[in-house]
Design a protein around this ligand. Structure first.
Ligand code: T4K
Length: 390
């Protein structure tokens, strides 16, 4: 049996294995796009590569509009404003902090509603129970690429005349009942950050089927300009650059390869973790298309005899930089912790789940041998470390 690095053994990996290591498509293809960009001397402001990227995104998703932006956080801010959200907006606390910041940044109160512990996404009943006269919208998060209950949320939104936006930062290439995510609600926002399986260095896109918000989104992404010297609305600078679009076009050509590498890793983890007591790989619905970009393990401390955080320390000592996406929940982070100290009382499932889940490395930088070693480390830890006292 291996001697764990936490107990003085040699770390399993000499160089760190990260969650979020970028996938990089064909370099020659990227350099050809970059040369095209340099030759044209068009570096940003709706250049030809961004236009081509936008068309490719629309084609891939089967959506009418998919407007590239500089990152998903700016994309969320622009979408929130373009949809006219104000007052209070209901969202999960169990998400990356950017979802909450995008609201609070514009003076809108994020109201945290609980998740369904089976799906890890916003529970439509909890949303309905959180509605007040100040509520103007809902932001569902397709967490780890798993779709929200889009039918349930759509019913609540339509019953109460609320705007419905999806944070689809993790969900590029994922589906719901045969339809691509990106085609639901009033709008959806993707992230193409370097740590996402599909990246444009930094970047994102806002998709919508409706022309009216799309027009406003385009205006607000470019300072409100509708033409030379003509400003029609408040706006910001949310534009994607040409070099980011070059990376997007390059990586789109490798998308199938990225997804199949993720799927292969996911299946390897499924096999390797199957016999470890207390550890359960959170499975994707095999009937839906998925990007498999997040490998999430649920740690049942009573059965494993170790807490999630002990396993995290074990892995870090071995140079496996697993993450706790998304502990402890937005409501436990500033400024929300101070502004809304009572929020946690309505979030029992969020608290329960946030203390149990662990995100493991995957992507094209990780292969079966590394996953076998990670399994070996976890199996050894569960079998040999002293059982925790409850
Ligand atoms: N909504 C949701 C639900 C989100 O998850 C996110 C972002 C957003 C909205 C906002 O999207 P953007 O505005 O970013 O487009 C990372 C990402 O920065 C963030 O984009 C992402 N979610 C979040 C889940 O993960 P951190 O603070 O965990 O990043 P960091 O710097 O610790 O990097 C993670 C790991 O990736 C590191 O171990 C190193 C590795 N890495 C990272 C980068 C940037 C690399 O190997 N190479 C790299 O270039 O937030």
């Amino acid at each position: 049996m291996r001697r764990l690095a936490l107990l003085g053994g040699e770390p399993a990996f000499a160089t760190a294995l990260h969650v979020g290591r970028p996938n990089i498509g064909d370099r020659e293809r990227f350099f050809a796009y970059a040369n095209q960009m340099f030759d044209s001397r068009r570096l940003t402001n709706s250049g030809p590569l961004v236009e081509e990227f936008e068309q490719e995104l629309c084609r891939f998703l089967g959506v009418k509009h998919c407007i590239p932006v500089c990152n998903a956080t700016a994309g969320l801010q622009i979408a929130i404003r373009s949809l006219g959200m104000q007052g209070e907006v209901i969202m999960p606390s169990f998400t990356f902090i950017a979802t909450a910041h995008a609201l609070q940044w514009q003076g809108i109160t994020p109201v945290f509603a609980d998740i369904d512990p089976q799906t890890y996404t916003l529970d439509p009943d909890a949303v309905e129970a959180s509605i007040t006269p100040r509520t103007t919208g809902i932001i569902g998060v397709h967490l780890w690429g798993r779709s929200c209950d889009v039918d349930g949320l759509a019913r609540v939104a339509s019953r109460h005349n609320l705007k419905l936006l999806y944070d689809a930062a993790h969900a590029f290439g994922c589906g719901y009942r045969g339809r691509m995510l990106g085609t639901f609600g009033d709008a959806e926002v993707f992230s193409f950050h370097a740590t996402k399986f599909f990246n444009t260095f930094e970047g994102g896109a806002i998709s919508t089927e409706d022309d009216a918000p799309a027009d406003l989104i385009r205006l607000q992404t470019d300072f409100g300009f509708s033409g030379y010297d003509k400003v029609e609305s408040i706006g910001t600078n949310g534009k994607m650059t040409e070099v980011a679009a070059a990376m997007g076009l390059t990586n789109l050509a490798s998308l199938d390869h990225f997804i199949s590498a993720n799927l292969h890793n996911y299946q390897t983890y499924q096999r390797v973790l199957a016999d470890i007591p207390g550890l359960t790989l959170i499975t994707d619905d095999s009937a839906e298309c998925s990007n498999y970009q997040y490998v999430i393990v649920d740690v049942d401390a009573a059965k494993a005899g170790l807490s999630r955080d002990t396993l995290l320390r074990v892995l870090h000592a071995e140079n496996v930089l697993a993450r706790r996406y998304f502990w402890p929940g937005c409501h436990e982070q500033e400024p929300y912790r101070t502004l809304y100290p009572e929020a946690g009382q309505r979030l029992p499932h969020t608290r329960h789940v946030a203390e149990r889940v662990l995100t493991l490395p995957t992507g094209t930088a990780v292969g079966p041998q590394e996953i076998e070693s990670i399994g070996d480390i976890l199996r050894t830890a569960v079998a040999s470390l002293p059982r925790r006292r409850e």
